[in-house]
Structure formats: structure tokens, C-alpha cells
Design a protein around this ligand. Structure first.
Ligand SMILES: Cc1ncc(COP(=O)(O)O)c(C=O)c1O
Length: 480
């Protein structure tokens, strides 16, 4: 008798792994996995469905008696897959979400299967070691060779943890009144949200004006810091952006770093979107100064083609992290004297999401990511040129993989032209042929195309430009 067969009298109805049909289910799951990747263009980019229909279909599916693994996978194929966004589709040019590398997707399955808690080394020995290796590799990439770091569940959390560190550095611990954090008008909203969670009052988050595509005005920053000091406030952090969400603008990091050094203020760089461009030698000069930051938030789950969620916080202040999160509680967690992630960051239990990044890099190498980033930038510039040729106004100065454009017929009010951009986006999206969004920049609505895509090729971009031109002419004749 096997150990698992014993003791039926105690413990009741035990989960029986032997009769779960694991092999059959794994084969079916593998077939679905392969069909998702092989059939990238067979499904529409955006699912042709709506919320009410989905709710009606899924209602009542969570039941006492499970249906078994194979049936659950069939249900997934029938209910979930057709209602899923085609994020890996070559013409998904959306919300800073990327097409994931298959190695990372497989890594996710293995992470979940082993379920090692990445909060402590002894609960995830090999996975924590892979993560350490990645921290060193990313630290080298960003020129911050002495940095410590950890994976967190999103750039928002990475920036939150950084702001807590900056606060602890400034105050020795808790939030105080008068704290001031500076970021640009074009920064991601997660910066203000993280500051709020970290205890900074609303008036303590100072929005610095931008110029051009959304680049922080460093003279305005300098003036504002000095003014605030004179008024008795306590400037403690600047969050600069290396790749803004709306337009892909790069703040002048070297100037901001010099100012922060002079003013003894923590510099955090939000490189969540743009950071991957550091892989391209010709782009590195545009990030000069990033290596002087106190902390950097990077999202491998954006332009490094890792599935959500995998964000990385790098910081040169391991001592501050230790002080910020030191606790005498947690005596139930064994320690070998080396500081574990739960002792130098916000999370306790942590998904070992670094392993997905490690698997992707092990399988496909930096080279694959670098080539895709380069191609995305080139194809984005091509899209801009094609749209300009077809009569769109294109936002100038693009450097990363975001293109912004507007269709501006004459004799329309500014509001009508803004509405027209939304109408064009809606029309194209409902065709299922492409997905992109609109954004507000410089007081106007723009079509926004963000390419973080392993599979987009020149033919797709040309097809999109033609589709946009036809849709724009049609929408312009229909819209009031
Ligand atoms: C520039 C930038 N920073 C931060 C974030 C927030 O990151 P996350 O969505 O990983 O929390 C985003 C999200 O799009 C972003 O574009």
C-alpha cells in the first residue's frame, strides 16, 4: 500500500492526484499553448464581445463539484479564449503590454507548479539565486553595478517601494508634514498614487511643467525646489521618467541627477516603459545620468517581453531598505543571517516572478529582446512616415516605440477633431484588425500606437497605415 492510500479514516476525502488525469490535461494545455502562438493572427485582436454577454456566459460556472482538468481546459477554450484580448497579435499596439516570450510563459507554469515563496531564500533557494543573477545583470545594463534589487508585482509597486526608501532616507522613518516630491506633468499616475500611499500629502506631490513631447523642464524643477525650501518645505525626492506613457518622452536624466546631488534629494527613475532601450548602444547616451539614480523602476513585463507581472526595483541603498523594512516580528520565519527579500521590501509572500525572466533570457537571450526593441523603434518611425504621407499630423521627435498622430480635417472645431480621433480608434478596434488607444497630449486627443511586439513586421505596419487612412476618411465624412 502506498503512503498516499493510507489513513482513509482520518482526513476525509483526500485530493487524489493519481486520478486527476494530469498527463491528458498537460497534453491538452500544451496543445492550447502552441495554438495560441501558432495562431496569432487567426483571432481578432480585440474580442468581438461585450461585458453583459460575458457576464451572462460565465455566471454560475463556479460550482461545488469541479468538472475536472480536461473539461476546465475545454471550458477555457470555449469561454475564455474567444473573449481574451489578443495581446500577442502583431497589430496589438496598446497599453504598454507586450507579446510575451514563450520561454517566460512556460516559466510561469513552472513557477506556479513549484509555488516557491520568493520572500525568503530557504523557501525558494534556486529561484532566489536566479533572481540575484538577474538583479546583477539588470544592474550592469543600467550602469548601476553596486545595486541591490528585487522583483515586485508591477512598476507601481516598485515606485512605491522606492518612495518609501526615499522617505526613510529623508526623515529616518515615518512621513512628516511638508515633504515634497517632484515629478513631471507627463509622469505616470502611479507616481502620485505611490506617493499618497507612502504618506505624502496631496500638496506634497509637485507637478513640474513639460515641453515638447512631454519632457520635464529642469529649470522649473530647480526653481520650485529652491522656492519650497525657502518656504520651509522639505524636498525629498524627484521621480524622473525615462519613457513617458503617453508619448515616450525622455526626461533629461543627467541634468536632473546633477540637481538632485546638489540638493541632496533622492532621484528615482521610472524606466518602466523606456528602460529596454538601454539594450541598444546608440540609445544609451539618451539615458545618460540614469546610473546616478538612487533607485530605478524597470518593468520586464513591458518592453522586455515578459508576461505580467514582473517588475524590478534597483537601488544602491540596501542599508536604507533594511532600515525601512526591519521588523522584530516574523520570528516564525527561519533565517541564515543573510537578508531575505521580506526583510528589505514591502511584500511578505512573493511570487518567484524572476524565474519567468530567467527562463526567457536563458531560452531566447538578450539578443532576441534587443533585436525586437530595435525593430519596434524602426517600425514605429516607419508608421509615422506612412501616416504623414497619408495626410495625418504626426507628433514630432519620437525616439521610442510610441507614435502619436491626428487626422485633422479643415472646418471642424477643436472638440470635433478630438472626438474624431476617438471615433477612428473605435472603428478600427471594432474591425478586430488592430488595437491601439488615444491619449491626451498638449491639450489635444491623439491616436497612440505603442509597439512592444515580437511579431510586428513591415507588412503589418503598412496594412495598418492603409486601414487608418481609409477609416479616417470615412469617419470624417460621418462624424458631425
Ligand atoms: C511609464 C510608466 N510607469 C509606471 C507604470 C505603472 O507600471 P505597472 O503597470 O507595472 O504598475 C506604467 C504603466 O503603464 C508606465 O507606463
Amino acid at each position: 500500500m502506498k503512503e498516499s492510500d493510507q489513513g482513509a479514516a482520518v482526513g476525509g476525502e483526500a485530493f487524489d492526484l493519481a486520478s486527476t488525469g494530469l498527463e491528458e490535461a498537460a497534453a491538452k494545455a500544451a496543445a492550447i499553448f502552441v495554438s495560441i502562438y501558432r495562431g496569432l493572427e487567426e483571432r481578432p485582436v480585440a474580442p468581438p464581445t461585450n461585458r453583459a454577454a460575458l457576464r451572462a456566459m460565465i455566471a454560475g460556472t463556479v460550482v461545488d463539484e469541479g468538472v475536472g482538468l480536461v473539461q476546465a481546459l475545454e471550458d477555457f477554450e470555449q469561454w475564455v479564449l474567444p473573449g481574451s484580448m489578443g495581446t500577442p497579435h502583431p497589430l496589438y499596439l496598446g497599453l504598454v503590454n507586450s507579446s510575451p516570450l514563450p520561454g517566460a510563459a512556460l516559466g510561469d507554469l513552472l513557477i506556479s507548479s513549484l509555488n516557491n515563496n520568493g520572500g525568503a531564500f530557504h523557501q525558494s533557494p534556486a529561484m532566489t539565486t536566479c533572481e540575484e543573477e538577474l538583479v546583477h545583470a539588470f544592474a550592469r545594463l543600467f550602469g548601476m553595478t553596486a545595486a541591490d534589487g528585487m522583483f515586485l508585482p508591477g512598476g507601481t509597486f516598485a515606485t512605491l517601494q522606492a518612495i518609501v526608501l526615499a522617505r526613510v532616507q529623508a526623515t529616518g522613518g515615518p512621513a512628516q508634514s511638508g515633504l515634497r516630491l517632484y515629478t513631471s506633468e507627463a509622469a505616470h499616475f502611479s507616481v502620485a498614487r505611490a506617493a499618497m500611499v507612502a504618506g505624502v500629502a496631496a500638496e506634497g506631490v509637485v507637478s513640474i511643467p513639460v515641453s515638447g513631447r512631454g519632457v520635464m523642464n529642469v529649470s522649473a524643477l530647480e526653481q520650485r525646489i529652491r522656492c519650497d525650501r525657502e518656504e520651509g518645505a522639505a524636498p525629498f525626492a524627484v521621480v524622473a521618467t525615462a519613457g513617458t506613457t503617453a508619448t515616450g518622452a525622455l526626461d533629461p536624466l543627467a541634468d536632473i541627477a546633477a540637481l538632485c546631488r546638489e540638493e541632496k534629494i533622492w532621484l528615482h527613475v521610472d524606466a518602466c516603459y523606456g528602460g529596454a532601450a538601454m539594450l541598444l548602444e546608440p540609445m544609451r547616451a539618451r539615458f545618460a545620468g540614469i546610473e546616478q539614480a538612487d533607485s530605478i523602476a524597470i518593468d520586464p513585463h513591458k518592453w522586455f517581453f515578459i508576461p505580467v507581472t514582473a517588475a524590478l526595483l534597483l537601488t544602491v541603498h540596501r542599508d536604507v531598505a533594511q532600515r525601512a523594512f526591519a521588523t522584530t516580528a516574523g520570528s516564525y520565519i527561519p533565517t541564515d543571517g543573510e537578508l531575505d527579500a521580506w526583510q528589505r521590501g514591502i511584500p511578505t509572500t512573493r511570487r518567484s516572478s524572476g524565474l519567468a525572466v530567467w527562463m526567457a533570457l536563458r531560452a531566447h537571450g538578450w539578443r532576441t529582446i534587443r533585436a525586437a526593441v530595435k525593430s519596434n523603434i524602426e517600425l514605429t518611425r516607419l508608421l509615422e512616415a506612412l501616416l504623414a504621407e497619408r495626410g495625418f499630423r504626426v507628433l514630432e521627435g519620437g525616439e521610442l516605440s510610441i507614435a502619436c498622430a491626428r487626422w485633422e480635417p479643415r472646418d471642424r472645431t477643436a472638440d470635433a477633431i478630438d472626438r474624431l480621433q476617438d471615433a477612428i480608434a473605435r472603428d478600427v478596434i471594432s474591425s478586430g484588425k488592430a488595437w491601439f488607444s488615444t491619449t491626451r497630449h498638449a491639450g489635444c486627443t491623439w491616436l497612440r500606437f505603442n509597439m512592444l511586439n515580437l511579431y510586428t513586421r513591415e507588412g503589418h505596419v503598412r496594412r495598418l497605415a492603409d486601414l487608418l487612412a481609409t477609416t479616417a476618411s470615412r469617419a470624417a465624412t460621418q462624424a458631425p
